[in-house]
Structure formats: structure tokens, C-alpha cells
Design a protein around this ligand. Structure first.
Ligand code: AMP
Ligand code: GLY
Length: 419
């Protein structure tokens, strides 16, 4: 098979790593990719926003499957346009990607299908949103409805913060995403992520993971895309996992069918495990980043077999097997992230030894004059497997100690909850 993989983050590097091991693969093309992916496939310059250009490329290169990493092209309907051109693609259509593209859409499905989630209201008028906050009291969570690159969620501990957040949304602080606001009950518990594939009818549960969203140790400081993760999440025991599948994943897939948007792709449920059981915080329509890195480290099955079954509607004919060993990834980011940071700072990986149980997945890297430099906020994902989380953690940090990158930083406590 010829495969085109779209994206440039650590998630896509991990997907490329798994796809490149497939016995089905003939040739892998990656757009736009990063420096770490050069050895896994041919890097091509394509504008992901230009669907016509992608279709032309797929026809020229006889692409059998397009794998789409990030959410934006899915929400913008890339899969719909590829299907019209009879090009197979892994990922949900625009209608199905509303599960991530509109928080209000997902909350309404939860209400209709009795999916456990935080109580909420949807508002497109500022005064009504503010009245709701005054009625409900604090803490309370204010969310811009649309995609806001992970920044559109404000956990308000007092009324003033909540009212300010509403004003920020309606004054365009989150662009189009904040034209509508979802306000919801503050959930207490431990967060976990769960991933499942769906072909529209069948589901194939994958695995769980836990992310570290805050930039600083002890989960302090601003939210980021994720500073580290491990899989599996110890809190996702068999009972909780079954509850998530039966009460959250299956009803969501049924709802999408009922609404005429059968869901094909990976469904990433962001969960709060509360004292009353698991509740859905949000659905994402793609793999998590950095959760994908630890999932791909643990996946023993052929990823292309699974993605193909998803696209063909034959997910009931395949199964996924996982290494018993946990995996852990530590994100190295440019100093300053998630705010502004310096670009093109040099990274030296020369002292890192080859070890089959460790992979360095790249995110914001490129090659300038033959040398590796950092171009992004999140830059490297040092990912290790171990007999237990502690061993995986030790290995990851040992490799990090050999990486020379003056402008880089990382959290030193990834995995703390599992230890
Ligand atoms: P989201 O973008 O919806 O994943 O929200 C980002 C983060 O905000 C989540 O990972 C949680 O840590 C937190 N969060 C979102 N909704 C709630 C909620 N209802 N209660 C408590 N925390 C929440
Ligand atoms: N790491 C969280 C996400 O990918 O949304």
C-alpha cells in the first residue's frame, strides 16, 4: 500500500513509526512531517488546507490510504473531499468530527443518549450565560464551543473569573470558536484518556493513557498540549474500562449513526473518573498528542491492518494486541512554551545510544545546514517502555540526560500519579 500521512507533530512521528513497520506498506509519504520522520518516509511539501492539491498528489502517487493526524483538517472536511474523489482516508467526516469541533453538539448528544457528563448550558447571548453562572455558583467551567487549540477552557474558581471568561468569549478572545459558549459543572476526580477505533458500526477498544496538561511540575502553571504521558492508566481498571465502553463509547457511536454521521476513525474520550464513575469531559476525533506516542510504543498489531479495517467497515474481523509493558513519554519543549519561545535553537542527539526500548519522537524539529534545530513549542518526545512505569520513567530521563539542547526544558515528574 502507498500511504500518505498528514501532520508534523510527535503524534504523527509515532504513527509513521508504526505504519513503517507494517508488512502491507509499499511507500510512505509524509506531509509536512519533521526532521525525525525523514528516515521513515518521503517528506513532501503539501498544503494541508488545500484539498485539491492533496487529491492531485494522491492520484499521481496512487495513494491507497490517507492517514490524517490532526483535528483541523477533519473538522474542515478533508475526508469528505477525499471520499468524493474516491480516495480512501482514515478519519471522520466533517459531520462526524463535530464531536470535537463543537462542544455543544457533543453535550447535546450526551443529554439525549444518557452519556455521563458534567451538567451544562449552551449560550449564544452574553447576559443569559452570565445569569446561568450566577444561578449555578462556582467553581464552574466556561468553554468556547469551537476549536480553540486547547485554550478555550476556563476553570473559574469564583464568579468574577467566570463572568470575565464569558466576556472574553463573546468579545472574540477565542475567535469564531467563542461565538457560542458552553458552561458546565466542575467535575472532581482523576483524568484519563481512552481510545477506541470505530468503522461506523463496530468498535475496537484500544488502550488508555494519562496526560500531563500543565507546563510545570506538580501540575502547576498554564495548560499546554501535553507535557508527557503514559499508558496504560492505572485508574482505568477493567470495571471502569467496561463502563467507559458501554456508557460512553457505544452510545456515542450509536448517536452518530442515528444522526446520519457514522463515525469512522479513532475516538478519543477525555474522561474524569469521579466518585460516581467515569464521566465524559470531551471527545476528540483523532489520536492524542503525546498519548499516541505511548500507544504506538505498546501496539503489537499491524497498525495498517487496523486502520484499513476501520475504513473498510470490517473492524469486527481484527483485534489489537498490546505489550504488557507500560510506556512513558516525556516532552521536551522550547523554553517559554506555551507562550513565546526562540526558534532555530540547536539540538545535539549524538550522545544518545541506540536502544530498542526507547524512541525519540520528534515534533517541532527541522534540519538547517545539516544540523538539527528546534522550530516548535513541543519539540521532542522521549518515549520508553519498561517492566513498570518507574523503569520506563528512569529510562526516559536517562536518555534526556544525554540530549544537548540548551533552550529545552521538560517536566521532571512525568508519571508521578502512577508511581
Ligand atoms: P478540554 O479542552 O475540554 O479537554 O478541557 C481542558 C481541561 O480542562 C481538561 O483536560 C480538564 O483538566 C479541564 N476540564 C474541562 N472540563 C472540566 C470540567 N467540567 N470539570 C473539571 N475540569 C474540566
Ligand atoms: N494531549 C491532549 C490532546 O491531544 O488533546
Amino acid at each position: 500500500m502507498n500511504v500518505l500521512l498528514l501532520g508534523s507533530g510527535g503524534r504523527e512521528h509515532a504513527l509513521a513509526y508504526a505504519v513503517s513497520k507494517s508488512y502491507k506498506l509499499a511507500k510512505l509519504f509524509i506531509a509536512p512531517g519533521n526532521a525525525g520522520m525523514i528516515s521513515l518516509g518521503e517528506i513532501v511539501l503539501l498544503d494541508i488546507g488545500n484539498h485539491e492539491e492533496i487529491i492531485r498528489f494522491c492520484r499521481n502517487k496512487e495513494i491507497d490510504l490517507v492517514v490524517i493526524g490532526p483535528e483541523a483538517p477533519l473538522v474542515e472536511g478533508l475526508v469528505d473531499d477525499l471520499s468524493k474523489a474516491e480516495i480512501r482516508a482514515f478519519g471522520p467526516t466533517k459531520g462526524a468530527a463535530q464531536l470535537e469541533g463543537s462542544k455543544g453538539f457533543t453535550k447535546d448528544i450526551c443529554r439525549e443518549y444518557d452519556i455521563p457528563t458534567a451538567a451544562y448550558g449552551r449560550f449564544n447571548k452574553e447576559d443569559e450565560a452570565k445569569n446561568y453562572i450566577k444561578q449555578q455558583g462556582c467553581p464552574i467551567v466556561v468553554k468556547a464551543d469551537g476549536l480553540a487549540a486547547g485554550k478555550g477552557v476556563i476553570i473559574a474558581m469564583n464568579e468574577e473569573e467566570a463572568l470575565n471568561a464569558v466576556e472574553k468569549c463573546f468579545q472574540g478572545g477565542f475567535g469564531q470558536a467563542g461565538q457560542e459558549v458552553v458552561i458546565e459543572e466542575f467535575l472532581e476526580g482523576e483524568e484519563a484518556s481512552f481510545f477506541a477505533l470505530s468503522d461506523g458500526k463496530n468498535i475496537l477498544p484500544l488502550a488508555s493513557a494519562q496526560d500531563h496538561k500543565r507546563v510545570g511540575e506538580g501540575d502547576k502553571g498554564p495548560n499546554t498540549g501535553g507535557m508527557g504521558a503514559y499508558s496504560p492508566a492505572p485508574i482505568m481498571d477493567e470495571k471502569t474500562t467496561n463502563e467507559v465502553i458501554e456508557k460512553i463509547i457505544k452510545p456515542t457511536i450509536k448517536a452518530m449513526n442515528d444522526k446520519g454521521h457514522p463515525y469512522q476513525g479513532v475516538l478519543f474520550a477525555g474522561l474524569m473518573i469521579t466518585k460516581d464513575g467515569p464521566k465524559l469531559i470531551e471527545h476528540n476525533c483523532r489520536f492524542g498528542d503525546p498519548e499516541c506516542q505511548v500507544l504506538m510504543m505498546r501496539l503489537k498489531s499491524d497498525l495498517l491492518d487496523l486502520l484499513n479495517a476501520c475504513v473498510n467497515g470490517t473492524l469486527d474481523e481484527v483485534s489489537a494486541s498490546w505489550s504488557e509493558k507500560p510506556a512513558l513519554t516525556v516532552v521536551m519543549a522550547s523554553k517559554g512554551y506555551p507562550s513565546s519561545y526562540q526558534k532555530n535553537t540547536p539540538i545535539d542527539l549524538e550522545n544518545v545510544e541506540n536502544d530498542k526500548t526507547v524512541e525519540i519522537f520528534h515534533a517541532g524539529t527541522t534540519i538547517v545546514d545539516g544540523k538539527l534545530v528546534a522550530t516548535g513549542g513541543r519539540v521532542l518526545n522521549v518515549t520508553a517502555e519498561g517492566d513498570n512505569v518507574r523503569q520506563a520513567q528512569e529510562k526516559a530521563y536517562e536518555v534526556i540526560s544525554k540530549i544537548k539542547w540548551e533552550n529545552g526544558f521538560y517536566r521532571k515528574d512525568i508519571g508521578w500519579r502512577a508511581l
